[in-house]
Design a binder for this molecule. Structure first.
Ligand code: PMP
Length: 321
């Protein structure tokens, strides 16, 4: 377990071609991310293993990043290899300055805005996107939260209808997170016109009679990287999964509710608006998914280690020929 004091409060970040301490990173006030929220972001976990750090489900995160920039007409500043190299550089810089201990799970935060231009709503021609990357410690929910489950509140989803874009325009989500905080809740679960959409920063899953359901992929939710992952995990666990519209009444009568995100992995919700979910305890489907999630992490770490060994063996062979 890493001593929190060993974790840097001023990590080295990447901003537009340079590695600088976070406290020194600056963007002009005319950056359209600041003026209009005109940008997108991505958040990917980097799990610490003895064999090194593994970026979990990274191809999927990079594909979502490419979709997000594509949907708002920004040219992707890097290809997948370029993004990987950049994250590796930021990780290496933070490891080297002692700010990111090798056994510390981390989170890569990537933000791309349209760039800096004279203020005007429509896209300006010929500007360069602003690229920001930050790698900070990831603190996963603790065992007590998993054992007891978390309490959630609910509210009407009043966000725009492009929730599939991982936009930095997060005011709707911010207000929902604040609503949860003010009500001593972990997360706000949202409904639009009586149907479940998602949490302020998570996807929401329902279990009824052993069947796992979630709202279908659409512009009304962000397709979490855990969405596809959980779909895959259900197959391996023999759990039936249905992507379908879920009414508020159905969710309130669920046997289990689960939330998922990069920073929460999967977490059981045991209280919704003060009412117990099912029997008020984390359920069997949550337990199966949590275990399967941990196995998926181990498997990806092993695959990454083998790939790395392969590269090392190959270069050793090349040297000895
Ligand atoms: N929906 C919203 C609104 C979110 O902010 C998040 C977290 N980024 C998710 C869903 C879950 O996405 P992921 O599994 O990729 O973290």
């Amino acid at each position: 377990m890493t001593d929190v004091c060993a974790v840097s409060l001023d990590p080295i970040v990447y901003l537009n071609g340079e590695l600088v301490p976070l406290s020194e990173a600056r963007v002009p006030v005319l950056d359209r991310g600041f003026i209009f929220g005109d940008g997108i972001y991505e958040v990917a976990p980097l799990y610490a293993r003895e064999s090194g750090r593994t970026a979990f489900r990274f191809p999927q995160h990079l594909a979502r990043l490419a979709r997000s920039v594509g949907k708002i007409g920004i040219a992707n500043p890097f290809d997948d290899a370029g993004w990987r190299e950049l994250i590796d550089r930021v990780v290496a810089a933070n490891e080297a300055d002692g700010g990111l201990p090798a056994d510390q799970d981390a989170i890569a935060y990537i933000q791309v805005t349209r760039g800096v231009a004279k203020r005007g709503h429509a896209f300006p021609a010929g500007i360069r996107p602003t690229v920001f990357v930050m790698v900070t410690p990831l603190h996963l929910p603790d065992a007590a939260q998993r054992a007891q489950g978390v309490r959630c509140v609910s509210a009407e989803d009043r966000r725009w209808l492009n929730c599939d874009i991982k936009s930095v325009s997060l005011l709707g989500n911010v207000l929902m997170a604040q609503f949860a905080a003010e009500n001593d809740a972990f997360e706000t679960i949202q409904f639009r016109d009586g149907m479940l959409t998602e949490g302020s920063s998570s996807n929401v899953w329902m279990v009824k009679d052993g069947v796992l359901s979630a709202p279908p992929r659409s512009h009304k939710i962000l397709e979490g990287i855990r969405y596809g992952l959980i779909e895959e995990l259900t197959a391996g666990c023999g759990i039936r999964f249905e992507a379908r519209e879920i009414s508020e009444a159905e969710l309130r009568a669920a046997d289990e509710i689960i939330v998922s995100s990069a920073t929460k992995e999967v977490l059981p919700v045991t209280l919704l608006d003060g009412q117990p979910v099912g029997d008020g305890k984390p359920g069997a489907v949550f337990a199966a998914l949590y275990a399967a999630y941990q196995r998926a992490k181990d498997k990806e770490a092993q695959v990454a280690q083998h790939a790395q060994q392969g590269v090392e063996n190959e270069s050793r062979e090349r040297l000895t020929v």
